[in-house]
Design a protein around this ligand. Structure first.
Ligand SMILES: [Ca+2]
Ligand SMILES: [Ca+2]
Length: 156
């Protein structure tokens, strides 16, 4: 009687032990079967950078003209664009100041601007102009309207 119950206890504890071992062995398998994959990120939209206008107008006697660059179609991450200007009928150094720099849009920023100095000369002259343009975008952004004409009206 005692012997058989002792045997039974042994059998039960053996089964329990076997169950525990099987459970412990299966655990890492269960963990590795479900790897913690990070959620797929939303596709990033760095946006399109464009000049706010194809033509700007200013006149002698104003210190500078402000050029605005707009970021549309997304504002994810930091992006940048280089800008510069060059002579057309107006001459750099005589009618306006040459500029060449980088605009940096931080994450979420949609509008940036820069200024170009205008020279107030004393020459009697007609309307003159120069070109301003954007180039070399970074951060995955693309270029929209990248070239504009700036007219300077004479005040002499
Ligand atoms: Ca001039
Ligand atoms: Ca003038």
């Amino acid at each position: 009687m005692l012997r058989s119950s002792a045997r039974r206890v042994k059998k039960v504890s053996f089964l329990f032990l076997a169950f525990c071992i099987a459970f412990l062995l299966a655990m890492p398998l269960q963990v590795s079967a479900k790897p913690n994959k990070p959620p797929k990120p939303e596709p990033s939209k760095p946006g399109i950078l464009s000049l706010s206008s194809i033509a700007y107008v200013t006149k002698e006697g104003r210190d500078s003209v402000t050029i605005t660059v707009i970021r549309a179609g997304g504002d994810d991450g930091t992006v940048s664009v280089n800008y510069c200007n060059c002579s057309k009928t107006a001459t750099a150094g005589e009618d306006f100041g040459h500029v060449w720099n980088t605009l940096v849009f931080g994450d979420g920023e949609k509008v940036k601007s820069f200024t170009i100095p205008i020279v107030n000369d004393t020459k009697k002259e007609g309307e003159e102009g120069f070109i301003v343009y954007l180039k070399d975008v970074t951060g995955g952004a693309t270029l929209g309207l990248s070239l504009a004409y700036v007219s300077i009206f004479d005040n002499d």
